[in-house]
Write a protein that binds this ligand. Structure first.
Ligand code: ADP
Ligand code: MG
Length: 321
């Protein structure tokens, strides 16, 4: 038996079996049957060793995160997760490592009733690519382009902790051991806001997930919607760890750090109370951080009403330097 046949065996072992999967792993391609009245939402994301994760990463955390980043994109469209495909390239298969990867990935998949229906496996530098497919009732999907002046700008949770963890690892700031553990949890095991996205699809005017930093991702919404934004710095939610260091580190990690995987949504004022109540039902709060205005670009004001000038705009893989 070829070692890559064994890999397929690991990944064919998911216990979940959805009734809408007609043909899963094992044939040349999978066949699924989306229910009538639904639209199919498809996204893909690849994580590459040395670019998106450290070589010594915990494989269970890597399995979780590689699926979580895709679920976060489905959440930002308001979609219910359904199926996924896994493309794996690795230098040499190691049984214990693969088992841990599968365990971390399937735990999150089962939590969201998501079935692995296929993939591809090859020798090569370590990279994990996942394609995730979700469903929304016809015409209800959330887009980046629906924000309108007067809408409240909201985020589903604290920002900046993943960037804080990364900075601590790179020796750019020093945190206590328990602070590092808390921040690392946000970096290594992000919780995609899937239910919040589904609950907000009838209430929000636009949505995006914050993966490259709040300013960069909100900027995409503003561009797609042809509007501007005003933010109030002090209303941006921070963790207690972040808050304890705010005086020395400033707002940069929360505004421009990456890997938060919270949702940033715009909500028409009439829907705001209902939106808050519905997110609270799944133990999240919707934090209002600003307002959509006519025009373009982002203006940030501090508590005293003074303009605040951010240093950077977010992570860009192709930025110079
Ligand atoms: P083919 O050569 O026809 O592309 P493969 O031998 O690559 O088929 O794959 C056989 C079956 O195993 C297919 O159903 C494929 O989707 C599945 N598969 C291969 N690699 C993976 C993987 N990493 N995760 C899940 N399914 C996989
Ligand atoms: Mg193949």
């Amino acid at each position: 038996v070829n070692e890559f046949d064994l890999i397929r065996t690991y990944f064919a072992a998911q216990s979940l079996a959805r009734p809408d999967v007609q043909i899963g792993i094992g044939d040349d391609a999978a066949i699924v049957r989306p229910p009538p009245g639904t639209e199919t939402v498809i996204t893909t994301d690849v994580l590459v060793e040395g670019v998106h994760f450290f070589p010594d990463v915990d494989p269970a955390a890597l399995g979780h995160k590689s699926l979580a980043v895709n679920l976060s994109d489905l959440a930002a469209m308001g979609a219910a997760p359904a199926w996924f495909l896994l493309n794996l390239t690795l230098p040499e298969p190691k049984a214990s490592w693969l088992q841990a990867l599968a365990k971390g990935m399937f735990a999150l998949a089962c939590e969201h009733q998501m079935q692995l229906i296929g993939g591809d496996t090859s020798r090569g530098p370590l990279a994990i690519g996942i394609t995730a497919i979700g469903l929304v009732p016809d015409g209800t999907r959330l887009l980046r382009s629906g924000a309108r002046p007067g809408d409240a700008i909201c985020v589903t949770g604290a920002l900046g902790d993943a960037a804080l963890a990364l900075a601590a690892r790179r020796g750019k700031l020093s945190l206590r051991a328990e602070e590092i553990a808390a921040a690392n949890e946000r970096l290594d095991r992000p919780v995609p806001r899937v239910r919040a996205g589904m609950q907000l699809r009838d209430l929000a005017s636009s949505a995006i997930d914050v993966s490259d930093g709040l300013l960069a991702d909100l900027g995409h919404v503003l561009e797609a919607s042809a509007v501007g934004a005003r933010l109030t710095l002090q209303t941006i939610p921070l963790s207690s760890v972040y808050r304890a260091h705010l005086a020395t580190i400033g707002w940069g990690y929360a505004l421009a750090g990456g890997d938060d995987y919270e949702l940033c949504v715009t909500i028409p004022r009439d829907n705001l109370e209902r939106a808050k109540r519905s997110t609270e039902q799944n133990n999240l709060s919707l934090h209002v951080i600003g307002e959509i205005v006519p025009g373009h670009g982002i203006e940030i004001f501090d508590g005293a009403g003074q303009r605040y000038q951010p240093a950077g705009k977010g992570y860009n893989h192709f930025a110079a330097g």
